[in-house]
Structure formats: structure tokens, C-alpha cells
Design a protein around this ligand. Structure first.
Ligand code: CP
Length: 365
């Protein structure tokens, strides 16, 4: 396999010191389809359009029993391991559901205290053990870069299997970014798509991996402006700003969230990621007015009638519940979109995308 040969050429140190864009092709199949899914930078516009179209086809096919029977026949002989060593509700459940939709038998390890890691087995050996029994590994980890390192490692073994990063450290959450893109595509379907829109990010942008991955994917669209609204202590990383600058993307950083709601087509709220606090309670005592970065019912009147409010969830106070019934609040649809786009991603990795499209053309148009 070309992808494996490429991995074998480089040590991990040499590989991981390459710029992100240079690493991205190593995670693709020779057809250009993703093999591993570990960093947002591996997705180009063509692949994003493909995944969004396929997600819609799967979603429509799944409306009927006969359609569900077709989808679940596609990979009935495959097994998937969901290795989640960090808390998760919707990423775990949407991957679990996506696997079931496509016929995979999903299994899980969420509590390493009952795995052989408790006996001193390394995480590397644990992942390699999964590849002895499963055809796909989906993993969430608090360790930045670990999913990528495991993709590199497993590609060099006798039994390589695809690895999907379901969130790694403070750095990347590429499948969340895919579902965010799919949600934006669906939301702006009748208003020209994502091109030309303004996305206003708010909250803990320093430690929020969803924003970092989505910011990268948005660069694949034309003339999308990105505004980062956060207190100085939680502002977006300089590496993201450098990436936007290098690509000639228009962006703005500000402390004035409320004043920018009127400029946004999409408002993307995030919670304080206090699980990364160096001292317990550190986030709560940070000296800024926390409510300045909350979206309330009063902010609805400043949002464009065709705008949307998004959130990767879970939320705390960042969006008041009195916004939930507004048609522009799309975060619950966004969550469900995760199941469809993750099914599309898995089907594409396993090269069943064309079969799904053929079925759709014959039965669902
Ligand atoms: N958005 C997200 O990653 O949610 P979970 O932590 O519940 O999976």
C-alpha cells in the first residue's frame, strides 16, 4: 500500500517535525480518499464536498427500513473499536451509531482501569492489540498528537487499520470540524453556501480543539472571514493566526463578542475547557467578565435573520436555554449531523461511498 510505504520511509521524529500540510498526504489512500483521519489539514474542498453530499445521501437513505437494511449490509463483516480514554457523550454515541448504521459491530474501551494498561501495558501496545481484532480504531485521548503517532505506528505493522481521531488533547478534533462544516453547509444551503460568510468564534479559543480544527477547514472555502472573540487569556493560538495569515485569510481578534454578533453569519460558542486548568478552579478565577462571552436571548435580536448559533456541546452558561427554540439555534441539529458525517467518513475510508451513491441515485432521487 502506497500510504504504508510512505510511512516506512520516515521515523516518527522526522515525520512529526514536518509541517501539518506536508504530513496530510500520508493519511490518504492513493485514490485521495482518507485512510486515517487524524488532522483537519488532510481534508481539501473536494473531499469536504464529497463527505457532505454522502452524509446527505446516507441520511435520506436511512429514512426507510429498506434503506437502513441496505446501509447495514455494507460492512456487516467489520468490527470497530471505540477507545475513549477521555469523557465523551455525543462523539462516542454518534460514532457508535454511525458504525451500527453501516453494519459494523462496535466494541468499546472507555475505562482503562479494567484493561491491561493497569498491568503496565503501554498505550502503543494496546492500540496494536486492537488491530489484531478490529478493522477500525476510533480514539479519543487527552494526549496531543497521540492519534497521529498511532496512525504512523500502525501503518508500519503487518496489520494496518484506519485510525480516526475523535479528539486529541487541546489540539485537534477533526470529525467535530467535519460535522460543523456539514451543519454550515445545510444551514446556508439556500443562501450561497459557506463561501463569503463570516464565522464568529467565542469562548475558550486557546484550549478548544474544535475551534482549532474548524478554523483550518474553513480555509478551504472562498472569502470566509473568521472573528475570534475571547478575553486575552483565552484567545486563539498564534499558530492558528499564522496559518490564516500564510493563506491570506481575513481574520480579526477581539474582546468585544457582543458587538460583533451583528457581523456574523454563524456564531460558534464554546465552553470554558477547565479540564485543562493547571490549578483546580483556575478558569473560574480568571479576571474577565465571564458573562461578556455568553449568548443570551438579548443577543438574538442582533443576529442576522439568516444567521445560525452553533456549539460543539456540552454547554454550560454560554448559550441560555431561552435561545433553544429560535430557528437559528442549530446546535441540536449539529449534534445529530455528527452521526451522518461520521458514517460518510467511515464509508469513504472503506471505499463503500460509490455503492451508497449508486443506491441513492436508483432509489432516493
Ligand atoms: N463535542 C464533543 O466532542 O462532545 P463530547 O465531548 O460529548 O463527545
Amino acid at each position: 500500500m502506497a500510504q504504508r510505504r510512505m510511512m516506512e520511509e520516515l521515523s516518527w521524529d522526522a515525520f512529526s517535525s514536518l509541517p501539518l500540510e506536508a504530513r496530510a498526504p500520508y493519511f490518504l489512500q492513493s485514490s485521495g480518499r482518507p485512510y486515517h483521519c487524524v488532522i483537519a489539514q488532510q481534508f481539501d474542498r473536494e473531499c469536504l464536498d464529497h463527505l457532505c453530499d454522502l452524509a446527505t445521501r446516507i441520511r435520506r437513505i436511512a429514512k426507510s427500513k429498506v434503506g437502513m437494511d441496505f446501509l447495514s449490509s455494507l460492512m456487516r463483516n467489520k468490527r470497530a473499536m471505540l477507545y475513549f480514554t477521555q469523557p465523551s457523550t455525543r462523539t462516542f454515541l454518534s460514532f457508535f451509531s454511525a458504525c451500527q448504521i453501516l453494519g459494523f459491530s462496535p466494541a468499546e474501551v472507555r475505562d482503562t482501569s479494567i484493561s491491561s494498561e493497569m498491568k503496565g501495558e503501554t498505550k502503543e501496545d494496546t492500540i496494536r492489540t486492537f488491530s489484531s481484532f478490529f478493522d477500525l480504531i476510533i480514539m479519543r485521548t487527552p494526549m496531543q498528537g497521540f492519534a497521529e503517532q498511532m496512525a504512523w505506528m500502525i501503518s508500519r505493522t503487518e496489520r494496518p487499520v484506519p485510525i480516526i481521531n475523535a479528539g486529541s488533547g487541546k489540539d485537534q478534533h477533526p470529525t467535530q470540524a467535519l460535522l460543523d462544516i456539514y451543519t454550515l453547509e445545510r444551514s446556508f444551503e439556500h443562501t450561497g453556501g459557506i463561501d463569503g460568510k463570516t464565522v464568529l468564534f467565542c469562548g475558550d479559543l486557546l484550549r478548544g480543539r474544535t475551534v482549532r480544527s474548524l478554523s483550518g477547514l474553513l480555509t478551504q472555502y472562498n472569502n470566509v472571514k473568521q472573528i475570534f472573540a475571547a478575553p486575552d487569556c483565552l484567545q486563539i493560538g498564534q499558530d492558528i493566526l499564522d496559518m490564516l495569515k500564510a493563506k491570506g485569510i481575513e481574520y480579526e481578534i477581539t474582546n468585544d463578542f457582543k458587538g460583533h454578533v451583528k457581523d456574523a453569519d454563524a456564531v460558534y460558542m464554546t465552553r470554558i475547557q477547565d479540564e485543562w486548568d493547571t490549578k483546580p478552579g483556575e478558569s473560574a478565577t480568571m479576571s474577565y467578565k465571564h458573562e461578556d462571552y455568553w449568548f443570551t436571548g438579548d443577543d438574538l435580536k442582533n443576529l442576522s435573520p439568516k444567521g445560525v448559533i452553533m456549539h460543539p456541546l456540552p454547554r454550560r452558561q454560554e448559550i441560555s436555554t431561552d435561545c433553544d427554540d429560535d430557528p437559528r439555534a442549530v446546535y441540536w441539529r449539529q449534534e445529530r449531523n455528527g452521526m451522518w458525517i461520521r458514517a460518510a467518513l467511515i464509508a469513504t475510508i472503506f471505499c463503500r461511498d460509490q455503492e451508497i451513491t449508486q443506491y441513492y441515485m436508483l432509489n432516493n432521487r
